[in-house]
Design a protein around this ligand. Structure first.
Ligand code: PEP
Ligand code: MN
Length: 669
């Protein structure tokens, strides 16, 4: 046996130990459930989970494992524990005899994948039965041919699946569960052919709708709707025509033996489908399990009747997660309303609210209460290791005194909007009490470089990742950025390390495309008064990080923000990055007085970029710390794995260790 075989054998042994440990952990978790049952405590103990993760991160570090890796692995493990605890409280799922699960389509359809995921704990005792239509799925459950049915209700790209909503209103079934599936479509064909030779792409109309932009780029190729994604795969296989392709899951492609021509052909990376699980009788969900309830109702055809009904839910502080309206068949312009909200019909408060709702509606059918598939992940608490919790929020500063001169901007002013605006970027809140640090390279230079930076940002406790893809350079001969390829790399790094991403957009034509992948659009200092760019940025639903122009006054800065706000985009983050003065010893002069001033003039969040202000590494940390002291909502800082080799702004890039040290100092305060 050679050395490689030895090593592989050793790895197999370690993998076996990991499995043993996981199985042992599950058994212990089961005993914890029993103990919790006796005490009747809550299902999850957030504080314990946070402490557990913090300890594991420290232990992992000592063993050379990075915190992101440890966090990811233990998120899965904790999630598994929570799932099994839920199952324990719901013996209907865990202990059911052999059961049949109906879905629309054939083997390999997304509905089947969702069913397998939902019934994962008892998949060996489940039979999955495909039916041609959603109606047949409903009928099969109603007449007892199947015990459960999986029905897709909405997709995050293509919207609600109306046929299913219409069926749910008249079906004699209850909702007993939900499942959310990330839908990653593949383009599949019998041979490895170039995309340009394809003449026909078959798939379910929903799947085609989710890949519309990709399909538009295939010249001379016709998109043909077909009953189901997996059936499209089967047909392409049977047909054996290399100019035909199907759009379906990788799993379906594998089952029917097709080649993957391209992965992730969906137009939006966050492409999820939500399924509901239906059964003949309702489920009683233990009140310790986070739960959702779905109802369908009609209101009288009078002014204000829907508002009145919804205000009852508001009165009971019930959080709505979905509101959908569908026309009532045979009654033109009258609607059924589907509502999902957080809560359990077993809870007296929810029962009372539903009782009140009955009096405010003309019909109300409770479709069921079921465990919510959305489980909040335990925060990794990397910051907790190096910092105290952030200070309590300061009260918003007094607005300008009434005798201050009149300003020409309106939407950006504090008078218009006295409360601070807080912008939520995939869970990172900018403008609130949290101090947010964005880190990343000036420019994305390679996949490896941006992944290294993302890891350093995550490890140090940064909240977001920056990286330029289109660089505004003084000289046309300098590196201009890797464009859309860079954006793909940046998005992939953001996904891998769970960091929202920010990148600069240079031209109005690119705004929409960049907005599809970037979580925040940056408008650079040189473009602060590029009014057509501001107008485009105002038309998309993405936060905009607006840098102060190098020669701009406060009034000009806030009027630039006003252009974006006026077009309808209310999510503007201002960024002070230094202005040009007679001083040439620093790249710009950081105007820190602007921060407390802006906090008086505007409700918008404010960040500071010490990197472009300093232009030299040794000044970045002092300027960052000084910035922190004057009260902005965060910092954006350039870092690089090897600043000497950086293709742009290497002189001002912090090394990873300096960045980590900076964050430790900031959060320790
Ligand atoms: C940048 O952030 O990469 C940048 C070019 O900044 P600024 O527009 O502030 O010069
Ligand atoms: Mn830069």
């Amino acid at each position: 046996m050679d050395r490689l075989d030895d090593l592989r054998q050793e790895i197999d042994g370690v993998d076996g130990q990991i499995l043993d440990a996981l199985a042992r952990r599950r058994q212990l978790a089961a005993r914890v459930i029993a103990a919790k049952d006796e005490r009747g405590g809550p299902l999850r103990d957030a504080l314990r989970e946070e402490r557990l993760l913090a300890t594991l991160i420290t232990l992992g570090r000592d063993k050379g494992l990075d915190s992101h890796f440890v966090t990811r692995v233990f998120h899965e493990i904790i999630d598994d524990s929570v799932r099994s605890q839920q199952l324990h409280l719901m013996p209907e799922y865990a202990e059911a005899e052999l059961k049949t699960v109906a879905f629309q389509g054939i083997e390999g359809a997304y509905s089947e994948l969702a069913g397998r995921r939902f019934f994962a704990a008892s998949v060996d005792r489940s039979v999955f039965a495909g039916f041609s239509t959603f109606e047949q799925v409903v009928e099969a459950v109603e007449d007892g041919t199947a015990d459960f049915g999986m029905l897709p209700v909405e997709n995050t790209t293509a919207g609600s699946i109306n046929d299913v909503y219409d069926l749910l209103s008249c079906a004699q079934l209850s909702l007993v569960g939900e499942e959310v599936l990330r839908v990653e479509h593949c383009l599949l064909a019998v041979d490895d052919v170039p995309l340009t030779s394809l003449r026909r792409v078959l798939s379910h109309p929903q799947a085609l709708a989710q890949c519309m932009k990709f399909l538009a780029k295939l010249p001379g190729c016709e998109a043909q709707p077909y009953t189901d994604t997996a059936m499209a795969v089967r047909l392409v296989k049977e047909h054996q025509d290399p100019t035909w392709a199907a759009i379906a899951s990788e799993d379906a492609g594998r089952r029917y033996g097709l080649r993957i021509l391209r992965r992730n052909v969906e137009d939006q990376q966050h492409n999820y489908t939500r399924f509901v699980v239906v059964a003949r009788s309702p489920l009683k969900v233990d009140q310790r399990i986070p739960c959702k309830t779905s109802v369908v109702m009609t209101t009288s055809h009078e002014e204000g009747s829907l508002l009145h009904a919804l205000s009852i839910l508001h009165e009971y502080t019930i959080n709505l997660t979905k509101l959908e309206s569908r026309p009532i068949p045979g009654m033109p312009f009258q609607y059924l309303f589907y509502i999902d909200f957080e809560g359990n019909t077993a809870d007296a408060r929810i029962q009372e609210a539903l009782g009140r709702l009955r009096t405010a509606t003309t019909s109300l059918k409770v479709l069921g209460s079921y465990p919510s598939r959305h489980r909040a992940k335990t925060p990794p608490r990397v910051q907790a290791l190096v910092s105290e919790p952030p200070a309590a929020p300061e009260p918003p500063p007094e607005p300008e005194a009434p005798d201050t001169p009149k300003v020409s901007y309106r939407l950006a002013s504090r008078q218009h909007h006295p409360e601070d605006t807080v912008i939520d970027v995939r869970g990172v809140k900018i403008g609130g009490a949290q101090f947010v640090v964005i880190g990343g390279p000036c420019a994305v230079e390679s996949r490896e470089q941006i992944f290294q930076c993302a890891r350093a940002v995550k490890e140090s406790g940064g909240a977001m990742l920056r990286g330029g893809c289109f660089k505004p350079r003084t000289s046309p001969y300098s590196f201009q950025g890797l464009g859309f390829d860079a954006l793909e790399m940046l998005a992939a790094a953001g996904r891998e390390y769970d960091l929202p991403i920010v990148t600069e957009v240079l031209s109005p034509q690119d705004v929409e495309t960049v907005a599809r992948l970037a979580d925040v659009l940056q408008v650079g200092a040189r473009n602060m008064q590029n009014f057509s760019l501001l107008a485009e940025a105002g038309r998309v639903n993405r936060p905009v990080l607006l840098k102060r122009g190098m020669m701009s006054t406060m009034d000009e800065f806030l009027n630039a923000a006003e252009y974006i706000l006026d077009r309808g985009n209310h999510q503007v983050i201002l960024c002070e990055r230094g202005i040009r003065t007679f001083e040439t010893a620093t790249r710009s002069t950081l105007d820190l007085g602007s921060i407390p001033l802006l906090k008086r003039l505007t409700h918008l969040p404010i960040m500071v970029d010490p990197s472009h202000a300093a232009g030299r590494r040794d000044l970045v940390i002092p300027l960052a710390l000084a910035s922190h002291a004057v009260g902005p909502h965060g910092l954006i800082v350039e870092i690089h794995p090897d600043p000497e080799k950086a293709l742009s702004d290497g002189l001002q890039a912090l090394r990873f260790s300096d960045f980590s040290e900076l964050l430790a100092r900031i959060y320790r305060r």
